[in-house]
Design a protein around this ligand. Structure first.
Ligand code: ATP
Ligand code: MG
Length: 647
């Protein structure tokens, strides 16, 4: 605008000068008419007008040029404004009024351009830095998040875990489960080393194991740890190498397998005892038949010899040996649960009380006997005679373990077993009676504990023990649906703990077998059925010796033939139970349908319980457990045949 005004001014000065020049020219043309002296004025005016016009023209030209340049500069500046392009430069000329300004402007533009470039660059850097920071923050957040997760996983893991320093063995961290499992507080743990939770004997192996442990994850196997209360546990260990608090560390996962191993061990033990029992029972059963023959014929032989005959003593020796062997097989049968058991509901306290004087005599004066009975004790259903035998055997062992005196305690109490506790003993949950027999004797080492209940396991000198005492105890406890456990360590005395199921049933009176006093010759016909020829002949011989008439058969078919061919009465069928082709029970049914008055006595080397299961035998049936003493046979047959005879 300013330049516009200047141009206008230049143009008007030029026009004015031209007007003056024009007027001067007009005046000069009319000079003749003018005064002589004034005749030069128009000329002078004309000359100055021309001069003025020339100057104004020049000025005008200059102004026009400047106006054009200004326009150019404006255009460029507008472009800069519109496009923001700082690379644009204003046209410069060597020298004019605008030259300095445009140079300055260009300089400024250049400065602006480099400033803007620098700004752009730093903005980019700033943005990148911002991006980096947000990436970093994200990563840090993620790390914190995952650390928190891992901390929670460690802290709240139900499995005991701890972190230790492999250089110093010190605990560096423990989780809640470890604190609860072991019993030490977190602070107590942190003041301990991993050596402190092991039995001393295991420490050298531990140090060795750690020195050889590979990096990464590895299973370190089975170890023994002890808790704060001193209890030993079996644990399976898994170790991970981890960085912890900026240093190398080991994370340990503990799996307590004490209970599992206990159950496995009891199962193994039970299976072993089952196998041994089956074998011992089988041998004892066959041996019984032989013993019956030996003792039966010994009896016959001894009876047939005169009192003065020296051979009678030989026969008696045979009988004594057979009787001892009979004792042995009876114990084996007891162990293999094939002993005849006459269970009834009785009061264990009463049994123990009744045994007290006997036990006192048994343990001797050096040993103090303490009997501690629970007055509220429940009833138990078992064979009282067998339970007496259990207590006697345990007391005898206790006495042997306390040669220099000590204390024997017999305790009874009620106990409720949870499912878990019962499972540990191979029982089901419920109410039990606990019989605890404790001595302060030599104790039993681990090696012996593993074989304690096996038949013929003894640590006693030859002739001092047969190793059957505890086998019998075991068999009886099993037969009574109970369980037995032992708690003992060398030099620390021994406690046997026995569990018997409690019953709500009322007490039953003791049923004593009233044996008939046999006098004089007996009468009646007995059909003896037995596939073992030795046993059959012996039994027949004994019965005949007492005056009975005897029919013999080696199996069911033959027995039916014999009975069919016998015209007179048959009073008694004395039959083996387990026989080939036809068992004793089937035979008795067939014969009873023909001869309804027939009496039946079964005899077998198997316990009647087995026969009730296997042979379908009536639980009320009369039964003779092989091996039986001749006397027992005669008495039993006598009780059955006498009433019919007296009718
Ligand atoms: N209370 C106890 N204290 C220490 N050791 C015991 C005790 N009870 C049993 N034992 C050990 O167990 C072994 C087996 O006992 P078990 O009663 O079966 O046989 P035994 O006593 O040796 O012989 P038996 O009872 O046939 O005369 C014993 O030899 C003994 O080593
Ligand atoms: Mg014994």
């Amino acid at each position: 605008m300013m330049f516009g005004r200047n141009t206008l001014l230049a143009a008007s000065s030029f026009l004015l000068a031209a007007l003056v020049a024009f007027l001067a020219a007009v005046l000069a043309a009319n000079r003749d008419t003018l005064h002589e002296t004034t005749g030069y004025i128009p000329v002078a005016l004309l000359a100055s007008g021309i001069l003025l016009a020339a100057i104004s023209g020049l000025q005008l030209i200059v102004h026009l040029r400047q106006a054009r340049r200004l326009k150019e500069v404006r255009e460029q500046l507008r472009r800069v404004k519109e496009t923001g392009n700082l690379a644009v430069r204003l046209p410069e000329s060597e020298s004019d009024d605008l030259a300095e300004a445009t140079r300055t402007m260009n300089f400024l533009l250049k400065q602006f351009q480099s400033l803007s470039r620098a700004l752009q660059e730093s903005e980019q850097r700033y943005r990148k830095a911002l991006d980096d920071i947000s990436e970093q923050t994200k990563a840090q957040d993620a790390l914190q998040d995952s650390e928190e997760k891992y901390r929670l996983l460690f802290e709240n893991n139900p499995q005991p875990m701890y972190v230790y320093d492999p250089e110093t063995f010190r605990f560096m961290a423990v989780n809640q489960s470890a604190i609860e499992h072991y019993g030490w507080s977190s602070d107590e743990f942190l003041s301990l080393t991993i050596k402190d939770i092991r039995p001393e004997a295991d420490v050298p192996r531990l140090v060795e194991d750690i020195s050889r442990a590979p990096e990464g994850i590895h299973r370190a196997g089975l170890w023994r740890h002890h808790k704060k209360d001193g209890a030993l546990i079996d644990v399976e260990i898994t170790v991970h190498s981890i960085p912890f608090g900026g240093q190398r560390a080991k994370l340990v996962l503990v799996n307590d397998v004490t209970e599992r191993r206990g159950l496995e061990e009891s199962l193994r033990q039970a299976q072993k005892m089952e196998a041994v029992g089956r074998m011992a029972g089988g041998v004892a059963h066959d041996f019984n038949n032989l013993l019956m023959v030996i003792s039966g014929y010994g009896e016959l032989l001894s009876g047939s010899l005169a009192e003065s005959d020296p051979r009678r003593e030989y026969a008696n020796q045979i009988l004594r040996a057979a009787s001892r062997a009979g004792n042995l097989t009876r114990q084996l049968l007891a162990f293999s649960r094939r002993q005849v058991s006459k269970p009834r509901v009785f009061d264990l306290n009463r049994t123990v009380n009744a045994m007290e004087p006997l036990l006192r005599r048994l343990v001797g004066e050096e040993v103090k006997l303490v009997v501690d009975l629970d007055r509220e004790l429940g009833h138990l259903r078992a064979d009282p005679a067998q339970i007496e035998q259990v207590i006697m055997n345990l007391a005898a062992n206790a006495r042997d373990a306390m040669p220099n005196g000590g204390q024997l305690t017999v305790r009874t109490e009620n106990v409720k077993l949870s499912a878990d506790a019962a499972r540990r003993h191979g029982l089901t949950r419920g109410d039990y009676i606990r019989l605890i027999v404790t001595d302060t004797g030599t104790g039993i080492d681990a090696e012996s504990r593993a074989h304690l209940f096996e038949p013929f396991f003894t640590t006693k000198a030859k002739g001092k023990g047969t190793g059957l005492g505890l086998s019998v105890v075991y068999g009886i406890v099993e037969q009574s649906n109970g369980a037995i456990g032992v708690d003992s360590e060398k030099g620390r005395g021994t406690t046997f703990i026995l569990y018997f199921p409690q019953t709500d049933a009322p007490l039953e009176e003791t049923v004593t077998l009233s044996l008939s006093d046999e006098k004089g010759a007996c009468q009646g016909t007995v059909l003896v059925v037995e596939d073992e020829v030795g046993v059959r002949e012996l039994v027949s011989e004994l019965l005949r010796g007492k005056g009975y008439q005897v029919l013999e058969a080696s199996n069911g078919r033959e027995a039916l033939e014999r009975a069919g061919g016998h015209a007179g009465t048959i009073d008694l069928l004395l039959t083996d139970v387990i026989m080939p082709e036809m068992n004793g029970d089937d035979l008795s049914h067939k014969l009873l349908s023909l001869r309804p008055d027939l009496k039946v006595i079964y005899m077998s080397g198997y316990a009647p319980q087995t026969l009730f299961r296997r042979g379908g035998l009536d639980p009320d049936a009369l039964f003779l457990q092989k091996p039986f003493e001749p006397q027992v046979l005669i008495q039993k047959v006598g009780t059955v045949l006498k009433p019919s005879n007296s009718n």
